[in-house]
Ligand binder design. Structure first.
Ligand SMILES: *Cc1c(COP(=O)(O)O)cnc(C)c1O
Length: 429
């Protein structure tokens, strides 16, 4: 498959180039040149299949034969090594729990898959150095996703003292091919230092550098698989009524769902559920896309004022706002509303939402039409946001063993100043 830049259809790349570069040279995002519609027989037969089986068929058009089919099949199985159960919360609202992976958030899926694809392309080229600046969640998903993967070294930069203890432990206790840099500065310093690495000619001659953020097509595309897998767990006669609802920030997750839809996934419509960062809802209302500074909320993984995958979303709709409006709606919720939803749902149903899932649930509770069946993605485990959840629900959240396990490790970091030269020297050592 050939991939083109959302800024220029003639700016194309093969799979390997698109994956290793991440962003196109004109700063556009890579899109597959065609999205094949899979036959009805494929969709009719997804019930009972494993995520690996569904994933192989869904992703093969994009990744094979650049990656040989038998190798690719193993990569898919390996990436999807945890369950994604669909759980019923009310009569007409269910959730697909995406938090059963190593770092308890859906980002595990994209990170684990990307790591395996990069490793495949790395094998005959020397080590690939993945640089990632994190304010918490991305660093842990990427570090754990790439842990022990051959041919790849991961360098995580984070602001000292500014991420929660449990988050910090998830990427500082791993060792092996993961190095954590504890920067005496803020998140923006970390991000600036990573950008300077990519612009440094000397460093790029001596080291292969790449990024693992959500603009990479091998990070967002694999997420289309769990939409199909979640659907496979719903009675087939209800598929035509299903409203897929996605708590959204950078819109990588929903883009993957829309790709599955374009491939023929037989559901009714999509909702982008958002917090007080309401750029997308405003765009649907006014037809004008106006990026904003991000606002801090309790669903903080969705605090994005200029969603990086917006270009991909409108590309899927021929860049027409009317087309987007016809098939996606978007609703925005304040912190007070999110908090009240977490409390209300726990009380009424016993189900413990995290703040992000609560945004998805709210959109369905308020906007589901008669006869429809709502399915929202629970993007993280409530224990990841334990202080917020406990504050609003008044009930203690149990920390799952695999999250607690990180607390037993020893923190190992390289302490550096918020200074690019120090980082560069470390990378050249
Ligand atoms: C990253 C994240 C989101 C937002 O996903 P996008 O793909 O950026 O839209 C939502 N919830 C959680 C818990 C996340 O970590």
């Amino acid at each position: 498959m050939i991939f083109y830049s959302t800024n220029d259809k003639t700016n194309t790349a093969d799979l390997k180039t698109a994956v290793l570069k991440g962003l196109a040279s004109d700063k556009g995002l890579y899109m597959p040149e065609s999205i094949p519609v899979l036959p009805k027989s494929f969709w009719n037969n997804i019930p009972g299949k494993t995520m690996g089986e569904i994933g192989f068929e869904l992703l093969k058009p994009y990744f094979c034969p650049d990656i040989p089919e038998d190798t690719f099949r193993k990569m898919v199985d390996d990436a999807f090594n945890f369950p994604v159960p669909v759980v019923k919360i009310t009569e007409n609202i269910s959730t697909a729990e995406l938090f059963h992976g190593p770092t308890l958030a859906f980002k595990d899926v994209g990170a684990r898959f990307l790591a395996r694809v990069m490793s495949y392309f790395a094998s005959n080229q020397g080590d690939i150095n993945v640089l990632v600046a994190t304010s918490g969640d991305t660093g842990s998903a990427v570090a754990n996703g790439f842990l022990g993967v051959k041919g790849v070294k991961v360098h995580v930069l984070y602001p000292s003292g500014l991420v929660s203890r449990l988050q910090e432990l998830q990427f500082t206790t791993l060792g092996q091919n993961v190095t954590a840099y504890e920067v005496s500065g803020v998140f923006d310093d970390c991000q600036r230092m990573v950008k300077e690495c990519f612009m440094d000619k000397e460093l790029n001659q001596k080291r292969i550098l790449t990024s693992a953020n959500s603009i990479n097509l091998a990070r967002f595309l694999p997420q289309s698989v769990y939409y199909a897998y979640a659907l496979s767990q719903i009675p087939q006669e209800r598929w035509k009524d299903v409203v897929m609802t996605v708590p959204s920030g950078n819109f990588g997750n929903i883009t993957a769902g829309l790709v599955a839809w374009r491939m023929g996934m037989p559901v009714k419509r999509f909702i982008a559920a958002i917090n007080a960062n309401r750029v997308f809802a405003d765009y649907l209302q006014t037809g004008v896309y106006k990026p904003q500074k991000s606002i801090a909320t309790i669903a903080n993984a969705m605090d994005v004022g200029d969603p990086s995958n917006f270009a991909r979303v409108i590309e899927l709709f021929g860049k027409s706002v009317d087309n987007v409006r016809a098939e996606i709606s978007s609703y925005s919720y304040t912190d007070e509303q999110i908090g009240a939803t977490m409390a209300e749902v726990l009380k009424a149903t016993g189900y413990e939402l995290d703040p992000h899932g609560a945004v998805g649930y709210s959109a369905l509770r308020d906007h589901l039409n008669a006869g429809e069946l709502g399915l929202f993605l629970e993007t993280a485990h409530p224990a990841k946001f334990i202080d917020t959840v406990e504050k609003y629900t008044g009930k203690r959240v149990e920390i799952p063993a695999r999250l607690q396990k990180f607390a037993e490790g020893t923190k190992q970091t390289v302490k550096i100043k918020a200074d690019y030269t120090e980082l560069k020297n470390r990378l050249l050592q």
